[in-house]
Structure formats: C-alpha cells, structure tokens
Design a protein around this ligand. Sequence first.
Ligand SMILES: Cc1cc2nc3c(=O)[nH]c(=O)nc-3n(C[C@H](O)[C@H](O)[C@H](O)COP(=O)(O)OP(=O)(O)OC[C@H]3O[C@@H](n4cnc5c(N)ncnc54)[C@H](O)[C@@H]3O)c2cc1C
Length: 443
Amino acid sequence: MKWAVVGGGIAGLAHGFALLSRGHEVTVFEAAPRSGGNIRTERDGGYSVEWGPNGFLDNVPATFEFVRRLGIGESLLCSSDAARVRWLFRRGRLLRLPESPPAFFASPLLSPFGRARVLLEPLARGRPRHDETVHAFASRRIGREAADVLVSAMVSGVFAGDARRLSLRSAFPKMHAMEAAHGSLFRALIARRRAGTARGGPAGPGGVLTSFRGGMEDLVAAFAARLGERLRLSTPVTGLSRRRDGWVLDGPGEEAEGVVLACPAPVTSRLLRPLAPEAAARLGRVRGASIAVVGLAFDEAALGGPPAGFGFLAPPGEGLRILGCLFDSSVYPGHRAPPGKVLLRAMIGGALDPGAVDLDDGALLATARADLRKAMGLRADPERHWIFRFPRGIPQYEPGHGLRLAEAARMLAPWPTLRLAGNSYRGISVNSCLEEAAPLLPA
Ligand SMILES: Cc1cc2nc3c(=O)[nH]c(=O)nc-3n(C[C@H](O)[C@H](O)[C@H](O)COP(=O)(O)OP(=O)(O)OC[C@H]3O[C@@H](n4cnc5c(N)ncnc54)[C@H](O)[C@@H]3O)c2cc1C
C-alpha cells in the first residue's frame, strides 16, 4: 500500500519507518528544510545543545524497539546517577526535592500544615464526574499548598502548562488511572510497591533519563538515513482531498492510498476542514504553549564546580520568570560540554507567560541571567549562549480534550486509511510519539 506521512517530526519519522519496515511504499513530507521537528541538537564549539528534549525515560519498551531496529543501541547514553537530585526554587532559595517519604516530611519544601495535609490523601473526597483540572485534582487529594507549589512546578516542567487549565485525565492519565483503581494515590503506590512495579518518587518520574551520545538528534538522523529519499524536506502539504479510494496531497501534488497526519493539530485541523469540518473544529481546539530555551555556557570555576543534579523548577509566584533550568552538562557528564565547562539551559514562557517567546534575544538572555543569579548566585558572564524558540510548541490538553478527540475519531472513522499521530493528542513525550507508531512495526 502507498502511504503519505505529513510531518517529519519524531512521530512522522517513526510512522514512516514502521510502515516502510512493513513493506509499504512511504513518503514523509516535511515542511521545514530539516526533519526532527522539536528535536534538534546544536553542535557548537564542543557543546551539544539540545533545542528541545534532552532525553526520554527508559521505561517504555517501544522506544528501545525502534532503537534496536535502527541499530543505534551503541549510541544510547544514560543520565548520570547524580542527576536523580532535583531542586525546587522556593522562598528565595533552591531546596532539594526529597527522594523518600521520610525525607519529604522532614523537608521545609512545604509548611508543616502543607505537609500534614498531604498525609490526609487517603481520606480525600472522591473524584467529580467532570474532566477535572490537574490543579483541582491535586488540591482535592494532597492540599492546596502542594498543588500550588509541587504540582504546578511539575506541570510547567513537563507541559510548560498551567495546572489550572490542563485535564488530569488527558495530561496525566496514569495518575487518573491510579485514583480510579485504588481510590487513593497512596494506596496505589503501596500496591505498586508490593507488586514490585513502583518506580520513581516525589523527586522525579519513574525510569532513568536516557539520550544518545551525540544528542537526541542521533535518533532523528537514524530515521532519516533509513527513509533516505522517501523523506522530502522543504515540502509543506497545503491541502488534502479525496480521489476515488485514496488521497491527494496538495503542495507535493502526490496521491496515496493512506495518509498519516503527524503535523501539529492546528495544521491537521486546517487540512481536514474542507473534508470533515466538525472533526477539524474539535482538533483545532488543541492550543499550544510557546517556550523559549536559553542555553548558557560557563567555565566550571565560575560556579565553583559542576552544578549538582538534574536542574531546578521554579513554581509560579516564587519570583522567577524562568520556568526552571536544566544542568545538561551534569546530566550527561562528558557528553554535552567540553572538559571543565558547564552547559545550563533555562526555559522561559509557557502557558502562564505567553509573551515571553516574543522577547528579543537580549531580553531573554538578561531574564535567564537575572534569575540564575537569584536562584544559584551565578554572577559570571556566560562564555557563549544560544537561544531557541518554539512558538505554540507544546500542546495543552485542556478539559474536554479526551471527549473532543473521541468525537473527532468517530467522525473520521469512515476513513480507516487516515491516521492522526503526534504530540497533539495522547501524550507529548518522545516516548508517547514512538509508542503510538510501534504497533505498525512488523512482528
Ligand atoms: C523545549 C522542549 C523541551 C522538551 N523536552 C522533552 C523531554 O525532555 N522529553 C520528552 O520526551 N519530550 C520533550 N519535549 C516534547 C517532545 O519534544 C515533542 O512532544 C515531540 O518531539 C513532538 O514530536 P511530533 O513529531 O509530534 O511533533 P513536532 O516535533 O512538532 O513535528 C511536527 C512536524 O510537522 C511539520 N509540519 C508542520 N506543518 C506541516 C505541513 N503542512 N506539511 C508538512 N510538514 C509539516 C513541522 O515542520 C514539524 O517538523 C520537549 C519539547 C520542547 C519544545
């Protein structure tokens, strides 16, 4: 069968590769002059600076299945064990996120009342029938302070999102399922520990952050190499229509029997509008949060040594404009910065600060530096810097997202040769994008 894939981000590349592996004829059309979408590694002066993701958790087998089939297992790189240490900016200083329940209750991260309220989690009232926001869920189960501080920071770290505007069920389906199955997060964690399936803790997600020696772009390059001339760069698809039993793609002017729309939901919505306006309207409701990334390089001496841990998050209302900062050279020692140098990446913007991405480079740099001075006491001038922008780059799963998706799927059901893929729908992580394509791989 002949397939066209629209979008050469990681979702489109994985679908293209999986369909090709099954013996289908495939072309991947990518609007930009390079593939990878959000994934891009800038290699500059001995630094490998990620534009977007700095890794994926090692707990999703689908990702390793792609890595194995691409033959790039040798290039896998585990984050340093020390990267399990994570920090949170609170009351003017960095506090270490506790890694065990006793450490949590001894930590000054929350007030004594806030910590005591977390203990009442098993007694929280049951969930409402409507699609609850992440913030409402967290306030109900572990209290308002933990929701404002810990959960809001976690949501801005993952989605650059506003916990008050994201759906728990769509954005954090595992947490939703834990409550549904056990009636309490604590009880769910105890059950998982008993079953030996518990991973992670209050300080971070389950699984070990993993990347590639040359950066996340190694994965993109491996897909692109396998697709070869079937990957057509600088080829935007501008329209989609039906002809006989198949599809016509305007722009490249190609016909195909099947289509995978692996472009962002607003583009998919535009392409589907003439064919299925009701479905297109639902998909067009997926908004994206904009984010800017400021990479900064320093001499280790300026920081008194390499910074310890993974990085820090800054909850809203704690006086920083940056959402947080990743200590990339400590996460992957020896692989992201030259010896004796430090690479940090600060994130600015997100759903609560939509104008930040429009600041000019000077203002973004000044914001990052001022906030790193407040949080880390870092006064030295950076030796180099890099600035990357992602306008509307991170989809926000707002309440009603799941219902709208189900309705759109029902409306598009008459066309089984049309697939929607990518981070706009069922998960924004690299793992989710690969997991969605994995069932297409041959056995
Ligand atoms: C700053 C940042 C940090 C992140 N950190 C992490 C992390 O640490 N771990 C993690 O797992 N995830 C992370 N993510 C999320 C992850 O990178 C993305 O969700 C994932 O890469 C999305 O892949 P995608 O293929 O769905 O979409 P995209 O990467 O957006 O790709 C879509 C592609 O479609 C193309 N396109 C658009 N319109 C058309 C058209 N008309 N015709 C043809 N092509 C078109 C675009 O040019 C683009 O290349 C991060 C994201 C950002 C922005």
